[in-house]
Design a protein around this ligand. Sequence first.
Ligand code: SF4
Length: 171
Amino acid sequence: MNPHLTGDTRHIPHNETARAACTDADPALFFPSVQGSAYNELVENAKTLCADCAIRRECLARAIRHSETEGIWGGFTGRERRSLRDHAHRLHMVSPQLITDLRAGLRVPVPAKERPGVVSRLLGLGWSENQIAEALGVAPFAVQIARRLAEDAAAYRAAEQQAGRPLALTA
Ligand code: SF4
């Protein structure tokens, strides 16, 4: 049974459960009650399932809309969802001058925490992942990670908005 239908969190619509990668998984995997290395092992196993889940982002959005603080949803632990909130804020705080400099071919240091917003902005300008990797002086894999994080952060922001809690955005 889908672990998110076994406890207090019965808000995944039934018509979606068949698409969930965790339909037959042990609920303990997603709500670990152990600590230390055993906790880490359960979390990693859960995340492996989430990574290939057809409704991963919908699951994440649902957890955010319902302010879930516990459990693994959409591949994020509660602590990671709180961190995602910071990324959602930063998406809109990319310096226009930084983007201008990068477009001019300047090698500008971009801190890792700012990378998702910068990658998102450059993708929006039509840059390829390889072009971005070259401009930022990082491996293409790092750009792919930043892209995925930016997309998850955007999903976070949209879910907060749907829940009537729009994030305050500062440019
Ligand atoms: S994203 Fe993970 S927790 Fe959510 S439905 Fe899919 S496998 Fe289950």
